[in-house]
Design a protein around this ligand. Structure first.
Ligand SMILES: [Zn+2]
Length: 168
């Protein structure tokens, strides 16, 4: 493992979710607050992000207003963690994902992309199947009051700042 590789917690398994989709399932119990992933890579701008292919773009993590983390290394388990509108993970800093609550073995590991994404290039139709599903994930979803309440303390710092500014 190189020094700057993405970290995936032991006990995560990539599973197939149909023809070309994959997701990540917990193979063991995770405790509330336990680190699930620490993403590493290179930083690119929005202009550079927009120029990527759709599959490359799906691997991006927005870490600031105009900064996006992209990896050029082989994908690891953490790179297959999907969005859910009712997730079990959140951020403690711009690249660290932790369990928002205790997670049981067998549960799918997810976070809400609204916790990190604020750009329309990340819009997609959601099929997460949760009762809270918004059907469409959009870069402006961080503005939804219900999400701000449910994810208080779990947004990536740049999104937490936007929420704070919007309230004042
Ligand atoms: Zn959904």
């Amino acid at each position: 493992m190189s020094d700057d590789a993405t970290y995936s917690a032991p006990g995560l398994k990539v599973v197939s979710l149909g023809s070309h989709l994959r997701g990540v399932v917990a193979e063991r119990n995770f405790k509330h607050g336990e680190i699930i992933a620490i993403w590493r890579g290179s930083i690119i701008t929005e202009r550079e992000a927009v120029a990527l292919s759709e599959s490359e773009r799906s691997q991006l993590l927005q870490v600031d207003e105009d900064k996006f983390l992209v990896t050029h290394q082989a994908l690891v388990n953490a790179d297959f963690i999907n969005h859910s509108c009712d997730p079990n993970c959140g951020f403690t800093d711009s690249t660290t994902l932790v369990a928002m609550r205790d997670i049981n073995a067998g549960e799918t590991i997810t976070f809400d992309y609204a916790m990190s994404d604020t750009k329309s290039i990340f819009a997609f139709d959601c099929w997460c199947g949760s009762s809270k599903c918004r059907k469409k994930m959009n870069g402006s979803d961080w503005q939804i009051a219900d999400l701000q309440e449910r994810y208080a303390g779990w947004f990536a710092p740049h999104v937490a700042q936007l929420i704070k500014r919007a309230k004042h």
